[in-house]
Design a protein around this ligand. Structure first.
Ligand SMILES: Nc1ncnc2c1ncn2[C@@H]1O[C@H](COP(=O)(O)OP(=O)(O)OP(=O)(O)O)[C@@H](O)[C@H]1O
Length: 612
């Protein structure tokens, strides 16, 4: 890009990312710019500035592709100008960007608005999440094939709210007339409080943060009416059950149950401050939320989605058992390095937890304080000291893992692999749509280059030599350790441009992902990949007469809170959006309606203009 005196530009800035500037002198490889707001002149390298749109439309544009310069500062500036006017939605072509308003914008979401967007072409009305939902509904009806809407963003960005709005819209256009029975759509919407009670918790960023991934499927019949729905959840953050720090909370359901009055009494529960798994953070209430009312809402949601009373009872009994389990403390036993319950208070919680789990208290105690080891001579039982018994207790509460020191790395690896897959899908999708548009407009164009992350995907999933294949292979040999796995990894893939060895470790590796480099600790990779479960815990849980327990624990798995933040540093926050912008930029990014174009540039070719 060449600049001239008077060019309006953006200058990179440590504090505010980008500031407005104007070129006042151009030298060989540098330029002198004036910062009008700061009233100073500075000389900077030419690659530190980017061109700025001079068409100063104060309201911003509703589609980024209308920006004269599609670059990061232009995109951010446009979003902020719109945000200032409460315009939270903006398109980038067919992608909708939503900026969380953190306040109720009731004029945006109501029956009247839904009617407005029904059947309207994408882009005809102001950008809105209803428009995206409508476009996919129409595409499904037209093409007779399934459609997917991907909602992504960092924690607190508004994914859950957006998903609910999409569901509300789809139930509006695809809903049936009210019947005397509960409708499928009602059940779909009503399942939200239920999922939130058991899978959401307060975090630093979000009072109601979903600590699990969610895949919502809504099925329609040939006439476009909703015929069924399913919600699949995965990757619950299990470590939260046993460990929380201020100002976060454990899962909402625990506080709800403690505030449930009679039910709490039945399960010998009291104020959350009495329970180790809840009192580590000393924060029990949420602003604007009453735990006892939320409990009733959760129960109602359970009724609506058809969970029987018996099953509801089993679920809450299990939750109560977990809280009692957390209060069992240990002291050294008679033998060296052994442990037992500490005092009568701990015994009370042990007894209560066993009652609630519906298992034998002696079996529960031995499960907590001993560990079976397989040897050539057969099985032997090893006593656990107090610290190990505590870890074992927490592992039982989380229902699988023994230690969580480096626990997250494998999950982080899986999540980032999924992100790579999504990124590839996203690139190809945007790219294909560009192609299609050029074809429709009969525009000559040449192949657009875009960031292809196939090499990262090959590194991870290629057969027979990729990280996953090598890991699977290592898991088949009982003598493998994470050291032998890492050695094999570097031996086979050490020269791959996306893989590096961590300098200060023999076994950690680094992957250069599309969004940046991430270090993985391999310590628990093998165990995790084998889906390691402490045998004693399985035995205890399967001895339980409560059928729900095994189901609940089966479905639990870990999610790394670290990883969810990893890809969301400020610099990477707009990665996906900017990639879409980059693809547009490589093609024909500036789009004007024909009439607008003639208005503005017609004067340059009057003969052509008037000839028409
Ligand atoms: N469209 C919206 N209108 C008003 N408020 C919103 C909107 N979207 C999000 N919010 C507010 O932001 C909060 C966080 O949003 P949400 O829980 O949807 O984030 P999330 O991306 O799902 O976060 P997490 O990944 O932590 O679960 C909501 O509780 C709500 O207060």
């Amino acid at each position: 890009m060449s600049y001239r005196k008077g060019s309006k530009v953006w200058l990179e800035d440590k504090d505010s990312a980008w500031v407005e500037a104007e070129v006042i002198d151009v030298k060989d490889k540098s330029v002198v710019v004036l910062l009008p707001l700061q009233r100073k002149k500075i000389t900077v390298a030419a690659d530190k500035i980017l061109p700025r749109d001079t068409d100063d439309d104060l309201g911003g544009v509703d589609d980024m592709t209308k920006l004269a310069y599609l670059n990061e500062p232009g995109v951010l500036y446009n979003l902020s100008r719109r945000y200032a006017l409460n315009e939270i939605y903006t398109y980038t072509g067919s992608i909708l960007i939503a900026v969380n308003p953190f306040t109720k914008l009731s004029h945006l979401y109501n029956g009247h608005m839904m009617e407005q967007y029904k059947g309207a072409r994408l882009g005809e009305l102001s950008p809105h999440v209803y428009a995206v939902a409508d476009a996919s509904y129409r595409a499904m009806m037209r093409e007779k094939c399934s459609q997917s809407i991907l909602v992504s963003g960092e924690s607190g960005a508004g994914k859950t709210e957006t998903t609910k709005l999409i569901m509300q819209y789809l139930t509006h256009v695809g809903g049936r007339a009210a019947m005397d029975d509960r409708t499928v759509e009602q059940q779909v919407l009503e399942s939200n409080p239920l999922l939130e009670a058991f899978g959401n918790a307060k975090t630093i960023r979000n009072d109601n943060s979903s600590r699990f991934g969610k895949f919502v499927e809504i099925q329609f019949d040939a006439s476009g009416r909703i015929s069924g729905a399913a919600v699949r959840t995965y990757l619950l953050e299990r470590s939260r059950v046993v460990k929380i720090t201020y100002p976060e909370r454990n899962y909402h359901c625990f506080y709800q149950l403690c505030a449930s009055g009679k039910d709490a009494e039945k399960y010998k529960l009291g104020h959350p401050s009495c329970f180790h798994y809840l009192n580590q953070s000393k924060l029990y209430e949420l602003e604007g939320v009453t735990n006892s009312e939320e409990y009733l809402k959760t129960r109602k949601a359970m009724d609506i989605v058809g969970i029987s009373l018996g099953c509801q009872e089993a679920i809450f009994r299990t939750l109560a058992a977990i809280l009692h389990l957390g209060n069992i403390e240990f002291s050294p036993g008679k033998e060296h390095d052994s442990s037992t319950y500490k005092d009568s208070k701990s015994y009370f919680h042990l007894q209560t937890a066993a009652d609630l789990f519906m298992c034998n208290p002696d079996l529960l105690l031995s499960t907590l304080c001993t560990r079976g080891i397989q040897t050539h001579e057969g099985n032997i039982v090893k006593a656990l000291d107090c610290a190990a018994a505590v870890a074992n207790r927490d592992a039982l509460a989380k229902a699988a893992q023994l230690m969580y020191l480096f626990l997250f790395s494998f999950e982080q690896f899986c999540i980032n692999f999924a992100n790579e897959k999504l990124q590839q899908h996203f690139n190809e999708h945007v790219f294909k749509m560009e192609q299609e548009e050029y074809r429709n407009e009969e525009i000559n164009w040449s192949y657009i280059e875009f960031i292809d992350n196939q090499d990262v995907l090959d590194l991870i999933e290629k057969k027979p030599i990729g990280i996953i294949s090598l890991l699977d292979e290592a898991c088949m040999f009982p003598k493998s350790t994470h050291q032998t796995f890492s050695a094999k990894l570097f031996q086979n893939l050490g020269s791959h441009s996306r893989l590096e060895k961590e300098k200060f470790s023999e076994t950690d590796f680094i992957i250069a992902h599309y969004a940046g480099k991430v270090t993985y600790r391999t310590d628990f990779f093998l165990e995790k990949n084998r889906d390691y479960i402490v045998v004693e815990h399985c035995n205890l849980l399967s001895s339980s007469r409560c059928s729900f327990v095994s189901g609940l624990f089966d479905s639990l798995s870990e999610e790394s809170s670290r990883s969810s933040y990893k890809f969301s540093s400020v610099a990477l926050r707009f990665k996906g959006v900017l990639e879409a912008v980059r693809i547009s930029l490589a093609g024909y990014p500036t789009r004007r309606f024909y009439s607008e174009f003639i208005d503005r540039f017609g004067i340059l070719a009057p003969e052509f203009l008037y000839g028409r």
